[in-house]
Write a protein that binds this ligand. Structure first.
Ligand code: FAD
Length: 441
């Protein structure tokens, strides 16, 4: 069974013109379209499959500041404040609650890394508290194990991946925008050296501004426009247990396994950072760019197979605008989960929290996590193509910071004061290869 997802209806007809077209209905695209529509712009969002059906419904749901890279921390903090407001603004609850995130460890070097992160958190005013052994044992009592320590980030939280993107998409409709599912954007038309329209499988929408929030598909799309966007993805596998477990922390990280309480009362289980690297043409092309990240994370990633090649989202091929593209062939990127990883994750979770042993596995799935070489997203206008704004490469953090990213995009489009300094996200840093250090987590 795949990741659960709330289904929403599309708008009745594709408009022939819009102030802004957003490509991609993941958390980033829906957030951008939502904040643009609330500012009174005519916004059309096109999604090749279903709203939220790729990464944005396949994740753990963590919305965290804890352990964020300093470049991303301001956006994480602002995003939490935006998550707080959705339910009241939209009139439907995307399941966000500031339940706090609990990290437990017996590894001195891991504890030291978390303690060092307080130097990033303190100046930013982010509350985070290192836990002494007795506190870790108290908060982690459900594990029945002894812990050397931990860290608690009380103002962080989780939202419901099954509902968040669709509910924000309903917010777009309420604000006067339109949402079109099963509608792939094939490419762009230009006019006088800038964006002039978006060619979709259902017709062309005239517009001067396009936001591409296509997740793992972004680089192959950018390639059609002559922009080299170094992007790569890993396949992470995850499972959900049926409801029934009581007395567990809502969100718990340990090196062995992490658990998260879902909106339906069940729990999602996963091993942090564990993933398969599936070979694709794009991965080969950008291998050099991703070497530092790969070396940093090599203990957790393992070679995969040809799954990614088969699905075609990291193709180097050029496509025509008057014929079906790879995006129409694969409406939803739904890779096969790694059964060995699923089994291992389940066993680890049952060892950590024996109460989980009695609960049936409700679902298991995989998702491709798209990343940039430095682990920081690319958000901003692409050089050489005025009107084309890229927002991709969220590197495993995009669910939590999606609302802030969407708000920033709306700021950039409307010329409003940006919610956070956009400098760290500029896409051109990647094209030139002049990016900074690889993000720590
Ligand atoms: C297993 C797993 C666990 C994770 N855990 C967390 C977590 O706990 N916290 C966190 O913050 N992040 C987490 N992430 C990462 C997070 O899910 C992503 O960073 C985030 O969802 C990315 O959102 P997005 O909108 O950029 O992309 P997506 O959600 O992938 O959406 C992109 C959309 O664009 C559409 N699209 C692409 N090309 C086109 C086109 N040409 N025309 C029309 N539509 C197009 C796709 O169909 C897709 O729906 C996790 C990811 C995974 C897979």
């Amino acid at each position: 069974m795949p990741a659960p997802l709330l289904h929403i209806e599309s708008s009745p007809a594709l408009p022939t013109a819009a102030d802004v077209v957003v490509i991609g209905g993941g958390i980033v695209g829906v957030s951008a379209a939502y904040y643009l529509a609330r500012r009174g712009l005519r916004v059309a969002l096109v999604e090749k499959g279903r709203i939220g059906a790729e990464q944005s419904s396949r994740n753990w749901g963590w919305c965290r500041q804890q352990n964020r890279d300093a470049r991303e921390l301001p956006m994480a903090t602002k995003s939490l404040a935006l998550w707080d407001r959705f339910a009241a603004e939209i009139g439907e609850d995307p399941g966000f609650r500031r339940c706090g995130l609990l990290y437990l460890s017996n590894d001195e070097s891991e504890l030291a890394t978390w303690a060092r992160w307080q130097d990033v958190a303190r100046p930013a005013g982010v509350p985070t508290r290192m836990l002494a052994a007795h506190e870790a044992n108290d908060l982690g009592r459900a594990t029945g194990q002894q812990w050397k320590g931990g860290v608690l980030s009380p103002s962080d939280g989780i939202a419901d991946p099954a509902g968040a993107a669709p509910i924000i998409a309903r917010g777009i409709l309420k604000a006067g925008g339109s949402v079109h599912q099963n509608c792939a954007a094939r490419g762009l038309e230009t006019e006088g050296g800038r964006v002039g329209g978006v060619v979709t499988e259902a017709g062309t929408i005239r517009t001067r501004v396009v936001v591409h929030a296509g997740g793992a598909w972004a680089s192959s799309f950018c390639r059609q426009l002559g922009f080299a966007f170094p992007q790569s993805s890993v396949r992470a596998s995850i499972l959900a247990l049926a409801p029934g477990a009581q007395g567990l922390p809502d969100a718990l990280h340990t090196a062995a396994v992490s658990i998260t309480r879902r909106g339906d009362g069940g729990h999602t289980l996963a091993i942090s950072g564990r993933a398969r690297v599936d070979i694709t043409p794009q991965k080969l092309r950008f291998a050099g760019d991703f070497l530092p990240m790969f070396l940093k994370r090599r203990a957790l990633v393992a070679p995969g197979g040809l799954e990614g090649w088969r699905l075609g989202f990291e193709t180097l091929a050029r496509w025509r605008l008057d014929a079906p593209t790879p995006m129409e062939r694969v409406r939803i990127l739904d890779p096969r989960p790694d059964t060995a990883q699923i089994r291992d994750t389940h066993e680890r979770a049952c060892r950590l929290l024996p109460t989980l042993r009695h609960l049936p596995v409700a679902a298991s799935w995989a998702g491709y996590i798209d990343s940039t070489p430095d682990g920081i997203p690319a958000i901003g206008e692409v050089p050489g193509l005025p009107g084309f704004i890229l927002a991709a490469g969220f590197s495993g953090h995009g669910f939590g910071i999606g609302p802030g990213a969407g708000h920033l995009i709306a700021d950039l489009v409307t010329g409003a004061a940006p919610i956070v300094d956009p400098a760290a996200y500029r896409p051109e840093r990647l094209a030139s290869g002049a990016w900074g250090k690889v993000a720590e987590f």
